[in-house]
Design a protein around this ligand. Sequence first.
Ligand code: GLY
Ligand code: MN
Ligand code: MN
Length: 425
Amino acid sequence: MSLFKQHIDHLIDQTTRALEATGYDGLWIYSGHPENNFLDDMAPPHSINPHFKWWVPVPHVTSSVLHFKPGQQPIVYLHQPADFWHKVVDNSQDKWARYFDVRVVGHYRELPDFTAEDNHAWIGADELQPLAEKDTNPEILLHHLHFARIQKTDYEIHCIGQANELALKGHAAAKQAFYDGLSEFEINMAYLQACQQGQNQMPYGNIVALNENPAVLHYQYQSHQRIAKDQLKSFLIDAGADYNGYAADITRTYAFQPGRFAEMILLMDEKQQLLCQQAVAGADYVALHDQAHLYISEVLKEFGVLTCDPETALESGLSQTFFPHGLGHYLGLQVHDVAGHVSDEKGTPNPPPARHPFLRLTDQLRERAVITVEPGVYFIPMLLEQIKGHDAVNWEVVDEFLPYGGIRIEDNLVIQQGQSENLSR
Ligand code: GLY
Ligand code: MN
Ligand code: MN
């Protein structure tokens, strides 16, 4: 049986259970459609409803609807308008389509009457919501479906693996472009070229940061300025790729010259790999995040940035200054995939502890979940200012590292018993 067929059988099974548990007889899922910018006839790039692309692996589809009713073949109303302005691609004969009843729709008029089916739910963003409010994105149903999305099918793991393969080609090209002395903008172009994907296909805005810029966690600017080689210090790139609507999310950091920063990257890489080894089925991700703080504090002590022991750095909150984000998150149809803060399909809240407000994943790790492991250490002027003069910090050493910005190393893991699979190495 094909991986995709197994995947669809799994979705039929999971969705049937979710509908039974929440008292619905059926479900509509709308792909979404682009909406024009304010006072404009141009629309931003469209991001498809993740629930729709869970079923239908055509990332550019718009204005289409999936109808699921237990016991009947899922129907896809595939919108293919007569349009001489845009290229209309016929996906109705693709391989995926053989598992659906595909009905090509040339005009909105040909869509079914969504209100004619009794006791249905609707999942879709606010550009089209034909059902009553209580049946539109009902939270109770979303919790069931989001919880089901945590554990990936073999097909999904294959897709995230392929996205990683693509992204790793981009990362190799970007590394070369950095050592060639190119600008952030040019490095990003080299990345996209090697992945053979445009920026709009990327699962998130690429972070391409030279010298002090890695200290901006979601650095979104790409300078055209080349930096003279005797001034080049560091390069952080956080960039993924897309495969059938599934994301990769990988970060690498490089030093331009050998020296203390290059050695710090090596030590961070060792610690990151230790964390990956511990990210196995049953592990507590909050405890792993605490462990990351201890490792990072060890690195900072080793390089003379901190003078206190790692436990004190964690307990006093000092390590947060240098590692202010979470260790990682679920990955899948969305970069920050759903259900990171619940502990069951009913959506019982499992919020991050007060000391780690930005931790996106708080659960015990489940087999077949795909997660990121992305520890970082940064020299962020705004956060350092808040602890100015702290006596457990060697401020001369901080000044030494400020021009390098920071380090993040991020891999994508399929959680398994004993040893998880790293898709990014
Ligand atoms: N690229 C966004 C993240 O790593 O979470
Ligand atoms: Mn990332
Ligand atoms: Mn990430």
